[in-house]
Design a protein around this ligand. Structure first.
Ligand code: ZN
Length: 290
């Protein structure tokens, strides 16, 4: 996969959690790996059919802080096995590792390595192709997840933090500024670094420009959310519709972002748009070369 990224933009899938929560009343969508694996598998297939090169396991919140009284290793392993079932040739599975919800100042934070270990070992043993540490807002937690992934697996690792624009520039929701966060991500030596979720495609495109100005060697992943949702008639409505994201996706492509996908609120329809625009770039590059 890393070899492929040198010459190709890979399209990632969109949201897993928000899509599954449309179909189920489970508080934690990860539980569906055990209760209704066919629902999760169908979502992976929908994303593959939409043109995703990368599918992401339903394991974002599979950790002992968010989900109690369940074997987290088995839950995470199941998420990887479901993705493997859905996967076809030339596609890749990223094992999702989200934040635990603990703050570095919490007493329980001292257990963080053990918590991530259960999840990451499950993903590894279930057969993922890479570990995706995503939506991180604390540098300390991101580093802990990375440390565990590097020690417990031989897989490539992507680290992605979640930023929003403040009057002091881009910061994570935990208050870490962009430059410090990127420096920490680069220092780790992760194969892929980037940003996900945030405040929708427009703001994430501005962020991607900043990342490109700081990062030169490492592959970059960008997965924007579909914006901040409004609740209308008990439904969450996201402002960034598939029709509205084209110009931002075009910009992400022209910036040289290596992996483009979506986060909360994005759907297979958003991924179809990204696929089409990435293919269009490949076509025009070919025409140029002839
Ligand atoms: Zn998100």
């Amino acid at each position: 996969m890393l070899e492929l990224l040198k010459s190709k933009i890979l399209v990632s899938d969109g949201a897993i959690g928000t899509e599954l929560l449309k179909l189920s009343s489970e508080k934690n969508p990860e539980i569906l790996n055990l209760k209704k694996p066919s629902l999760v598998e169908k979502l992976h297939i929908d994303y593959i059919n939409a043109g995703a090169d990368i599918i992401t396991t339903n394991s974002f919140g599979a950790n002992p802080v968010r989900i109690k009284d369940i074997n987290i290793y088995e839950l995470a392993k199941a998420s990887a096995q479901i993705a493997r079932k859905a996967k076809i040739d030339n596609k890749f599975i990223f094992g999702s590792v989200g934040p635990t919800g603990l703050k570095p100042t919490d007493k329980e934070f001292k257990n963080i390595d053990a918590y991530f270990s259960e999840q990451i070992c499950g993903l590894n043993d279930g057969g993922v192709d890479a570990i995706l540490i995503e939506t991180m807002i604390f540098v300390e937690e991101m580093k802990a997840a990375y440390r565990v992934a590097r020690t417990e697996t031989k897989l490539p690792i992507a680290v992605s933090m979640s930023f929003h624009l403040t009057k002091n520039g881009f910061q994570t929701y935990g208050g870490a500024d962009l430059k410090t966060s990127v420096k920490e991500m680069l220092n780790l030596g992760a194969e892929i670094i980037g940003a996900n979720c945030g405040n929708g495609f427009a703001e994430m495109t501005t962020l991607a420009e900043k990342l490109k100005s700081i990062i030169s060697e490492t592959f970059i992943i960008i997965k924007p959310s579909a914006g901040t949702p409004k609740r209308i008639n008990d439904k969450l409505i996201y402002p960034d519709t598939p029709n509205s994201i084209s110009k931002f996706v075009e910009k992400l492509i022209s910036l040289g972002v290596n992996i483009i996908g979506g986060c909360c609120g994005t759907t297979p329809e958003h991924i179809k748009v990204i696929r089409k625009l990435v293919d269009k770039t490949i076509q025009s590059e070919k025409a140029w070369a002839q």
